[in-house]
Write a protein that binds this ligand. Structure first.
Ligand code: GDP
Ligand code: IMO
Ligand code: MG
Length: 424
């Protein structure tokens, strides 16, 4: 059976949760492969709103298996809170699995995230302060603590004691912060481990078996292409690979399993945190979109920065993810704006047209967007049930995006609900 990947193609918050929830109705297995509780995915379903951070958005379907692959970094306290909250809303967790190789976010990661942001001062990254970067640092440095360790108290105690002592030296001697009481952290985390142990299973094996048994697999992306540590706007990125390639290393499967990659974008662009944003709006149109689109972070509540749709970014995403189709969300939010703009390319100081997203921030600094103008639409499109019901101006806008992005648009979002998704 085919395996599909859903990825964000801007700077995150594109509405991946909604698309994954919709596609999960046809999937047997949904897998997360990177990131941690820096993600915030909102799913609206029959007047209920779910805000998911680590649990795959497939969890709302009672027959869909949900898995957390080895590339995720997991905060045990946060996931237990999420599990308890969902259980209280009658969601069952008999079909939920966590890979033993998953790295555990420890309290020192969170403190070090804050301390290093403080140390950077004005050049901070604007992280979610969830300890994500420091946890991936330890993974790469080969001193991380994994789920396997957490559920084996003797191993965990030894590792946490060693690492914790070093982290305390970093916190106190380098950053001038207070030390952590390591023994009490160890005891608290051993209790978390006991609660999480029933979910721990080899996800690489489970996904491979499901695939070989003809099951439909859906890989759920978190963050977005421009937050990718390799192809994103480094250093203003997250510490993992949100692009489709990250699914293979972050689940433990091979690329030949995947035959569809859907990129999720908004009909405009948003970004939380710092870093470059060529089409950013600083005027009342930006404020209008922020208010109308309720553009405040699901996770940290921060106001999102707003800008026009940027097809240079999208073409970068088409290439780096191997996209086979696009889902364009929040077209409804652009209603009642007289003129809509789309960035088709960038221009350098010599007036030369640049079509490919540059590799460094220094190059990007010297470029300005080239815009195409579109007549806006006044209609409320949130009740449209079919793509053909959309006003002609909306269809023209989508057709032009498709041409500029060089990728077919397969879905258009006209509202946050499951039913407000127009498939083509
Ligand atoms: P994710 O991180 O990519 O899953 O996206 P978030 O959940 O952080 O942010 C997307 C927000 O847009 C959520 O509040 C969704 O409910 C909402 N949303 C998704 N699609 C649409 C749409 O087509 N129209 C409107 N108005 N809202 C949408
Ligand atoms: P979802 O899955 C939007 C951003 C942070 C910051 C940068 C690094 O909901 O789309 P980190 O805490 O990861 O070290 O922060 O990445 N960021 C996100 N922005 N959506 C997300 O996830 C994000 N996850 C991280 O704001 O700029
Ligand atoms: Mg989000």
């Amino acid at each position: 059976m085919p395996a599909k990947v859903v990825v964000g193609v801007q700077w995150g918050d594109e509405g991946k949760g909604k698309i994954i929830d919709i596609l999960s109705s046809r999937a047997d297995v949904v897998v997360r492969s990177q990131g941690g509780n820096n993600a915030g995915h909102t799913v609206e379903n029959n007047d209920e709103t779910y805000k998911l951070r680590l649990i795959p958005s497939g969890i709302l379907y009672k027959d869909t298996d949900c898995m957390i692959g080895c590339g995720v970094v997991l905060n045990p306290e946060s996931i237990l809170e999420e599990i308890n909250e969902l259980k209280s809303r009658n969601i069952n967790f008999d079909r939920f699995f966590i890979d033993p190789r998953v790295h555990v976010v420890m309290p020192w990661h969170i403190l070090l995230d804050g301390a290093s942001e403080k140390f950077r001062g004005k050049s901070d990254i604007g992280t979610t302060r969830r300890g994500i970067g420091p946890c991936y640092m330890d993974k790469a440095e080969r001193s991380g603590i994994r789920m396997f360790d957490l559920i084996n108290p003797d191993i965990f105690r030894k590792k946490a004691k060693n690492v914790g002592e070093l982290k305390n030296r970093l916190l106190t001697e380098i950053y001038g912060e207070n030390p952590i009481d390591i023994d009490s952290v160890i005891e608290k985390y051993i209790e978390y481990g006991k609660k999480l142990k029933p979910f721990v299973q080899d996800v690489s094996v489970k996904v491979f078996d499901a695939y070989n048994n003809g099951k439909e697999i859906l890989f759920e992306g978190a963050q977005g292409t421009l937050l990718d540590i390799d192809v994103g706007t480094y250093p203003f990125v997250t510490s993992s690979n949100p692009i489709s390639g990250g699914v293979c290393t972050g689940t433990g499967i091979g690329p030949t399993m995947i035959d569809e990659v859907i990129g999720v974008a908004k009909a405009y662009t948003t970004r939380v945190g710092k870093g470059p944003f060529p089409t950013e709006l600083f005027d009342e149109v930006g404020d209008l979109i922020r208010d109308r689109g309720n553009e405040f972070g699901t996770n940290t509540g921060r106001a999102r920065r707003i800008g026009w749709f940027d097809s240079v970014i999208l073409r970068h995403a088409v290439r780096t993810n191997g996209l086979t189709g696009l889902a364009i969300n929040k077209l409804d939010t652009l209603s009642k704006i007289e003129t809509l703009k789309v960035c088709s390319a960038y221009k350098n100081q010599n007036g030369e047209i640049i079509r490919d997203f540059p590799t460094s921030l220094e190059e990007l600094d010297n470029l300005t967007p080239v815009y195409e103008d579109f007549t806006g639409f006044n209609e409320d499109i949130s009740n449209c049930k079919n793509y053909d019901d959309l006003p002609q101006s909306c269809k023209d806008y989508i057709s032009r995006l498709e041409e500029l992005c060089e990728c077919p648009v397969k879905m258009v979002g006209v509202g946050p609900a499951r039913s407000q998704n127009l498939e083509r």
